[in-house]
Design a protein around this ligand. Structure first.
Ligand code: AMP
Ligand code: MG
Length: 344
């Protein structure tokens, strides 16, 4: 395995220490006391997530791993093909299409879902990108964006509070400032629009493109300025997947959101109200330059009637990195796959 050291150590305002090089093999990584403490906290976070969502009436399902089509809205990353008895299948980049389909049978669902995305090489130094990661993937039938945001906020607050209470020895070993985490639990999350975030970044001298997702350097800058998590809402069409619903009162603006962690840790989750209308989905897919025929089973189902829904996906390793205060996201994975790095 190649050792990769961090070239990008975050903006000066970020409190996150520089990241070390990735160890050569899983046993070397797992031998580290810090790795084991991080993974114990992650295990606790998973238990707290399941307890919270189950209590709220969510049904856990096991997620799909492969399928004829997967989430195309993964900006710059490549999908992985699987030869499925002579058919070209994909490893899931996200399970969004299956989440929508499942709401024909269940009202509130979640997965702990593995995703594989061959992210561009330059993301190996963002401290936030893995080629293999997991999402806490939540979807709610007949819900509005605000309903999904409320669940995301309550879930994150609960999991953080639980970790602070149940894992003090691990967090102390990792040197995590738990006062910063307590603030998360006691204060409501903030909210700004994509336009406001863009204006702030441009005013700070960062060349954020107003028609695109907040780039990862910009995202780290706005994150470092905050002491509590906050939502960025209303991303422009074209910056996100075809399944994020467009606002009828403001064409070109999507009813979606990101949840950004404070202290420079950056994006934790993305979510939205979903498009479910067949004709609109076909138009939106075409607008992204893709051929709707590729989405066979999904569009067949949409023609028969997909339920309205809202949902989100929280990156589990990013969430763990934030709670444990680790310099880099790969430190929150037992078997890290860093973009471009050949590893076990
Ligand atoms: P997305 O729909 O692309 O925003 O993915 C949902 C969530 O998964 C994000 O908010 C991140 O927390 C996480 N995520 C996305 N891509 C990666 C990646 N390459 N490595 C680690 N986590 C990721
Ligand atoms: Mg996102």
């Amino acid at each position: 395995m190649t050792a990769v050291s961090a070239e990008f150590s975050g903006p000066a305002s970020s409190a996150i220490p520089a990241s070390p090089a990735i160890p050569a093999s899983p046993d070397a990584h797992l031998a580290s006391e810090e790795t084991r403490a991080t993974l114990r906290v992650q295990s606790q976070m998973l238990a707290a997530t399941r307890a919270f969502l189950t209590r709220q009436g969510f049904q856990e399902l096991l997620p799909p791993i492969i399928g004829p089509v997967t989430d195309p809205g993964t900006r710059g990353s490549k999908q992985v093909d699987v030869d499925y008895y002579g058919h070209k299948y994909k490893l899931m980049t996200s399970a969004i299409l299956y989440k929508q389909a499942t709401l024909t049978a269940f009202d509130k669902i979640f997965y702990i879902a593995p995703n594989v995305r061959l992210e561009p090489l330059e993301t190996a130094v963002t401290h936030r990108h893995l080629a293999e990661f997991h999402q806490i993937d939540v979807e709610i039938r007949d819900a509005r964006r605000e309903d999904a945001m409320a669940v995301a906020e309550a879930l994150v607050s609960h999991v953080v509070a639980d970790a602070v209470q149940e894992m003090p020895a691990e967090l102390e070993l990792l040197g995590r400032d738990t006062d910063a985490l307590r603030e998360v639990v006691t204060q409501a999350f903030g909210r700004m629009s994509h336009q406001e975030a863009t204006d702030d970044l441009i005013a700070a001298g960062h060349p954020q493109n107003p028609g695109a997702e907040i780039d990862w350097e910009g995202e780290e800058m706005i994150s470092a300025k905050s002491t509590r998590p906050f939502f960025v809402v209303d991303y422009p069409k074209g910056s996100r997947g075809f399944y994020d619903r467009e606002r009828t009162d403001a064409p070109g603006v999507l009813r979606n959101f990101d949840l950004i962690a404070p202290e420079g840790y950056g994006e934790l989750a993305s979510g939205s109200e979903r498009e479910y209308d067949y004709a609109t989905l076909v138009t939106r897919i075409r607008e992204t330059g893709e051929n709707p025929a590729k989405y066979g089973w999904y569009l067949d189902l949409a023609r028969r009637g997909l339920p309205a829904s809202s949902g989100f996906g929280i990156g589990l390793e990013r969430f763990t990195r934030y709670v444990t205060g680790r310099p880099s996201v790969w430190q929150a994975s037992a078997y890290p796959k860093l973009p471009g790095v050949v590893s076990a």
